[in-house]
Design a protein around this ligand. Structure first.
Ligand SMILES: [Zn+2]
Length: 487
């Protein structure tokens, strides 16, 4: 380490490693955890804050450490709430490598460029506004060029293979379901004869994933960072949810209105298309004109098709076939998107999934005020997002500065989560707890992780730690392996 860098501290003699919670601690986005050992400083995830209060300010704030002093970054998966600050990290001086799985690397190419593009556009329109009122223009959080420099630093790994990240630090990616390429990370820290193991769950998918191979829980650890997005409940039964989707589609189109489905471009879009294809194949819905209107979702769909090795196999060993609606049309250009404004009786899948940006906003503006419209919510809606307002029954919303009446029927289908529900989380972490691992709950709103903590106490008799921003945990060489400390 030698050189002094801001924000890092020397380890005490008895400390093998120290982990600091710098994001997604008591909230559901902005994953950022710093691991410091005697020989390496590594970030696990480097995500954008989204939707939360002060998200913009949080993202723009300087990192609480000097990026030039970091050795490596490990990304659990490509979602920008786990990866979207990497271009800023690179712009601010990070010179190391960024490690992830092979499919994640492909998806990052799509997601980071898109994220950079959005930040450039946001800054441009904000600057125009400011200039009109005589103020100075603003700089984007980062630019496409920064995303390109970040992508050039990617080192791609297969699942299941141990790699030496730095002296005394090995990691391995194991499948987490969730989205294409998503992994939990096992990390072993070693110094002389002392070794401790950390597991970062990343976002965990369902035990019964529609497309991907299911999560594989690691067997043992000293410390595990467990996500808690749905720590307070189980999802509705999947078959029941698919039946609800069939009913929603059948009913919605009877009055000639449109069905608007906000989808996350990566994962949910492909799953919903799969289910519509399945329902059509089984004759439970008519063949519907379905439009996938999101350039990013279109590109992600192409990557899903390319990584068929990540898909489930059936009992007979045949790979799961990703079905698609028979009358699917992919909208790439803005013109193709705008043409949908005059159509009725169609299904539009569009991003972003929480209605925070992208083409979905245009479709909501054109359709929300019509009583014949059905909006089908199939994904998690974070606090403060337009999607959450719709789910919450808002009668009026603002879109592009314009007040829009909500006359459409809003249906929420609870069973389609890409995240494990409470029982699945409790079961995933069971072998780890049995091995003696301490659990820190991250990536969940406060009441959700509190509920999960209560369930873990009841089921496993373990007291989970609920870190706040800036809290630390020390992996000790001797004695009690794990010690938590408030900031
Ligand atoms: Zn995710």
């Amino acid at each position: 380490m030698g050189k002094h860098h801001r924000g890092f501290r020397r380890l005490e003699d008895e400390e093998l490693a120290r982990l600091t919670f710098l994001g997604a601690s008591g909230e559901v986005t902005g994953s950022l955890y710093l691991l410091e050992t005697a020989q390496a400083r590594v970030l696990f995830d480097c995500g954008l804050c989204q939707g939360e209060r002060h998200a913009r300010t949080r993202n723009a704030r300087a990192f609480p450490f000097d990026p030039a002093g970091l050795d490596a970054v490990v990304l659990t998966h490509a979602h920008v709430d786990h990866s979207g600050l990497v271009p800023k990290l690179v712009r601010d001086g990070f010179r190391g490598k960024i490690h992830c799985t092979q499919p994640s690397g492909d998806l990052l190419g799509v997601l980071l460029r898109d994220s950079a593009h959005i930040h450039e556009q946001d800054a441009k329109s904000e600057s125009r506004r400011r200039e009109r009122s005589g103020k100075k223009p603003v700089e984007p959080l980062y630019e496409v060029a920064d995303a390109e420099r970040a992508l050039a630093k990617l080192v791609l790994h297969p699942f299941e293979r141990e790699v030496e990240l730095a002296p005394g630090l090995r990691i391995r990616f194991v499948r987490a379901g969730h989205i294409l390429g998503a992994a939990s990370v096992e990390a072993w820290v070693r110094e002389d004869t002392f070794e401790r193991k950390l597991v970062v769950s990343g976002d965990l998918g369902r035990r019964r994933e529609p497309l991907l191979l299911p999560p594989e829980p690691p067997a043992e650890a000293d410390l595990v960072l467990l996500e808690s997005t749905y720590g307070d409940r189980d999802h509705k039964d999947l078959d029941a949810t698919v039946a609800e989707l069939a009913q929603a589609l059948n009913e919605a189109l009877q009055d000639g209105g449109n069905v608007i489905v906000p989808v996350f471009a990566v994962g949910r879009a492909q799953e919903v298309m799969h289910y519509i294809g399945l329902l059509e194949r089984d004759g439970r819905i008519p063949e519907l004109p379905v439009f996938l209107d999101s350039p990013m979702a279109v590109r992600a769909t192409e990557l899903y098709r390319r990584h068929a090795d990540c898909f489930q196999r059936t009992a007979s060993g045949v790979r799961c076939e990703a079905l698609e609606p028979r009358r699917l049309e992919l909208c790439r250009t803005p013109e193709e998107s705008m043409r949908l404004n005059d159509r009725r009786g169609i299904v539009i899948l569009s991003a972003s999934g929480m209605c925070e940006g992208g083409r979905i906003l245009h479709h909501l503006r054109h359709n929300l005020w019509r009583p014949s419209t059905d909006v089908v919510i199939v994904g998690f809606q974070a606090r403060g997002t337009l999607g959450r307002a719709l789910v919450g029954g808002a009668k009026n919303v603002r879109i592009f500065g314009e007040s829009v009446a909500v006359k459409a029927r809003i249906r929420t289908l609870g069973g389609f989560s890409a995240h494990a529900g409470q029982t699945e989380l409790v079961e995933w972490v069971a072998p780890l707890v049995r091995s003696g691992a301490r659990v820190a709950l991250v990536h969940g709103e406060e009441e959700k992780r509190a509920a999960l903590a209560a369930k873990l106490r009841e089921r496993h008799g373990t007291e989970a730690w609920l870190p706040q921003l800036g809290d630390r945990v020390v992996l000790a060489k001797r004695g009690t392996p794990v010690a938590f400390a408030r900031a």
